[in-house]
Write a protein that binds this ligand. Structure first.
Ligand SMILES: [Zn+2]
Length: 309
């Protein structure tokens, strides 16, 4: 078992939302042991605290949206993947926007910020969960399955027939190093032919050739330069890491995703939690079976009475 980590100092980012298109600031703050990843949304003079846990995910259609029932934040997946990849277990993400900036479409700029600030060890061990019996979720022909494995290994296959993406598979033996070298820079991708549909539905208003790897089905090619030949499947691994980050512990498993995505990633995290809920207490504070316990715990850790609002 390793020791929990947080940031050495706060970091501020500025950027625009992929879907909203609006500009805003984002500040990552160090947080005490067992906090996990918590979004802090300024709501007038008040602050809304939204823990990044499976139960708080309310939309997975084109991004991961997290909510506490009063406030929400969209497109959190690449930032939380960056935190997970860098082993930043405890972090307050303060934002004035309802969407996390897309930056360059990957996790790279968040990681550069985290590396610049530094990561520090805290005073408690990070909990871990060993998958002993297979855990899986399916939807139509898609699935995610976790098998016993002494470490974290991810295997991902995507299939976009009749497109320049085709079928791609990527395997990752997860570590901070492999995440940084192979996954962190893989960008969000999409098809130019789908843009009209998205825009009509108020989506991808902030998308451009600097933050999306754009493909054309009609021309059967990529319209901007790829960072990797198999960049799309690597990006899906990045998204999956963002899904695993909902679990506030290290999972030891061989996770295989076939045509997964935000919805299946979230269902998988929820399934893992339901598998252990009531059977295993995670750490000495988390009780995922009950939201109320979590909020009491959070109030205690963050000393919410004293937290400036
Ligand atoms: Zn993504």
């Amino acid at each position: 078992m390793r020791i929990q980590n947080t940031l050495k100092n706060k970091i501020t980012f500025r950027g625009k939302g992929l879907h909203s298109g609006s500009m805003g600031n984002l500040t990552l703050q160090p947080a005490p042991e067992d906090t996990g990843i918590v979004f802090v949304l300024k709501d007038g003079r008040q602050k809304q605290f939204i823990p990044y846990i499976p139960d708080n995910i309310i939309d997975t259609r084109n991004n991961i949206t997290v909510s506490n029932g009063k406030a929400l934040v969209r497109t959190v997946e690449h930032l939380v993947a960056a935190l997970y990849g860098m082993r930043v277990d405890n972090c307050l993400i303060e934002t004035e926007m309802n969407e996390i900036p897309i930056m360059d479409g990957s996790a790279l700029e968040f990681i550069e910020g985290i590396q610049e600030t530094g990561v520090v060890e805290q005073d408690k061990e990070r909990e871990e969960l060993r998958i002993v019996n297979p855990v899986w979720v399916t939807s139509e022909d898609k699935f995610i399955v976790a098998l016993p494995y002494n470490g974290l290994k991810l295997s991902y296959t995507i299939s976009f027939p009749n497109s320049p993406i085709g079928t791609q598979t990527f395997n990752l033996d997860f570590s901070t190093e492999s995440f940084l070298n192979k996954i962190a820079g893989a960008r969000t991708f999409g098809f130019i032919e789908d843009l009209d549909y998205y825009r009509k539905n108020g989506l991808v208003l902030g998308g451009d050739f600097d933050n999306v790897h754009v493909f054309s089905r009609k021309e059967n090619r990529s319209l901007n330069s790829p960072r990797y030949d198999d960049e799309p499947v690597r990006h899906k691994v990045l998204d999956l890491v963002g899904g695993i980050a909902m679990l506030n512990f290290d999972i030891k498993a061989f996770i295989i995703s076939y045509k997964g995505g935000h919805t299946l990633d979230t269902l998988f995290a929820q399934r893992v939690m339901s598998t252990i809920s009531g059977v295993q207490k995670v750490g000495n504070v988390y009780s995922y079976g009950s939201d109320t316990n979590y909020y009491y715990m959070l109030a205690d850790i963050l000393d919410l009475e004293k937290y400036p609002s």
